[in-house]
Design a protein around this ligand. Structure first.
Ligand SMILES: [Zn+2]
Length: 129
């Protein structure tokens, strides 16, 4: 179909999975969330939660994704090979409303692009991934 591309994952949790996606979405890397994440629970403990219909618990601070790398196309499908697991962490800034920023932080940092020069209050180090 025009504008659509079939991709096939090899390795990782998606090994053997075939998907049809928008051709423009077939970028060099695709990431796939494993469906679980780290969160501060209502009782203050830190735990692993599964993403539910309402999305993340308000205390979420990180989750891991699998990264798949686009490989050389040999047939009608574009192969994507499992490369690495990567942690995605939440921005550590505490906003003016007293709540933690909802955005994810940039690679090798602890703040999102909006808060990259943040000098105000942050969450404790143990909540930064
Ligand atoms: Zn932020």
């Amino acid at each position: 179909m025009k504008g659509r591309t079939t991709i096939r994952f090899t390795g990782g949790a998606l090994d053997g999975t075939v998907e049809e996606i928008q051709s423009k979405a077939a970028t060099e890397e695709l990431t796939w969330s494993k469906g679980s994440y780290f969160s501060v629970l209502d009782n203050g403990d830190i735990g692993v939660m599964n993403v539910g219909p309402k999305g993340f618990h308000q205390g979420w601070f990180g989750y891991s994704v699998e990264v798949y790398q686009k490989a050389f196309r040999t047939g009608s499908e574009i192969p994507y090979e499992y490369k690495v697991d990567r942690m995605i962490g939440r921005c550590a800034a505490i906003t003016k409303t007293g709540k933690r920023c909802q955005h994810i932080h940039i690679a090798k940092g602890k703040y999102c692009p909006t808060h990259k020069n943040h000098t105000g209050e942050s969450v404790p180090d143990e909540l930064i991934v």
